[in-house]
Design a protein around this ligand. Structure first.
Ligand code: ATP
Ligand code: MG
Ligand code: MG
Length: 323
């Protein structure tokens, strides 16, 4: 069991509706609706806690609608170190139709000011200086209004300076800023990578070249995921490609968060790279078979792992992997 700190700067209450067909401009009656405390760092935290790790969650939460989060933290055994900010945590609505089409309506988030940022740094200082500091830190998701790219870079540099391996999963300008601070791990998906590389789309060869470039730019673990096509991993010891087993995808939201948690699980347990990648890939493939985050390992998980294909792309380098 390891200790992990998961930071979500712009969490959300996810409100998911399932509908036969969405009819804009009229009253729609969903077949089901769920409200869930979410945000990318919270999702990673839930999966890690489900795998037996001691996880603290932090970031910014609205003081006025914190209850669903507090219930979820208690339910999933997450230690709450979120800074409370006046106002409400945003609501993200997700409308899933029978056809598989999904419409997202994401709230902007609560404005953050310098006082809130300082309160977060004070909280993180306490976590990092504790008698049992985290062995890995994850920062995942988008930035709230008011938190500039410079603020974000400073926060990441501060976390990097603690010496605890930092993994960052974000997109757009925040991803560019994160890469420049050289965290220990990043995991853009193919679209996020293409935006970083300034391309519309990328072939798998171009993705591998980009992953190597990311690694060479100082990122120990450069990971690129591409949904059902699988993942590329470049680190100091080599390059690997994983292809997930074929599954019936019911909900691909959070697949990347589950994958990140699976990778950290293997690395924190010092599992061999192939075992680590196989586990994370199978875990994320399993996650897309159902709605929701972090269910226990499926009964057929061994079979999913067996049907995950791992290919070494570069065998000239020594074995091993570090967080
Ligand atoms: P997120 O919505 O959590 O941010 P992402 O876009 O970052 O997800 P993806 O590349 O979509 O991440 O998926 C991450 C991993 O999940 C993939 O590498 C793969 O192992 C698994 N996965 C995703 N979609 C599928 C699928 N349709 N079939 C099998 N596995 C999948
Ligand atoms: Mg995706
Ligand atoms: Mg993602």
């Amino acid at each position: 069991m390891a200790r992990v700190l998961c930071i979500t700067l712009n969490p959300a209450l996810d409100l998911a509706f399932n509908l036969d067909v969405l009819v804009p401009g009229s009253v729609n009656r969903p077949t089901s609706a769920q409200l869930e405390a979410a945000g990318k760092g919270v999702n990673v935290a839930r999966v890690l806690a489900g795998l037996g790790h001691a996880v603290t969650v932090s970031g910014f939460l609205g003081a006025d609608n914190g209850a669903p989060f507090e219930l979820a933290f208690a339910k999933y055994s997450l230690t709450d170190a979120f800074v409370r900010v006046p106002g409400e945590t945003r609501i993200n609505a997700k409308i899933a139709e029978q056809s598989g089409r999904v419409t997202d309506i994401n709230g902007p988030g609560m404005p953050i000011d310098a006082t809130h940022l300082q309160a977060l740094i004070d909280t993180l200082n306490t976590e990092l200086a504790s008698a049992t500091p985290p062995q890995a830190v994850v920062v995942a998701g988008s930035l709230p209004p008011g938190l500039s790219l410079d603020d974000f870079s400073e926060l990441l540099s501060y976390l990097n300076a603690s010496g605890v391996p930092l993994w960052v999963d974000t997109s757009g300008a925040a991803l560019n800023a994160a890469i420049a601070t050289q965290p220990a791990g990043v995991k853009p998906n193919e679209n996020e990578l293409a935006a970083w590389a300034g391309a519309d789309m990328m072939s798998s060869d171009a993705r591998l070249t980009a992953a190597k470039r990311l690694h060479e730019s100082g990122i120990a673990n450069a990971l690129i995921s591409a949904g059902a096509e699988g993942v590329l991993w470049v680190n100091a010891h080599g390059a690997w490609q994983a292809t997930p087993p074929k599954v019936t995808a019911k909900n691909t939201v959070c697949a990347g968060d589950t994958f990140v948690a699976g990778m950290l699980h293997g690395l924190l347990n010092q599992h061999a790279p192939e075992q680590t990648l196989r586990f994370a890939t199978a875990l994320s493939a399993e996650a897309v078979r159902h709605v929701g985050v972090g269910t226990p390992l499926a009964a057929d998980f061994d079979s999913l792992q067996q049907h995950t294909r791992i290919r070494r792309l570069d065998d000239t380098i020594t074995e091993g992997a570090t967080l």
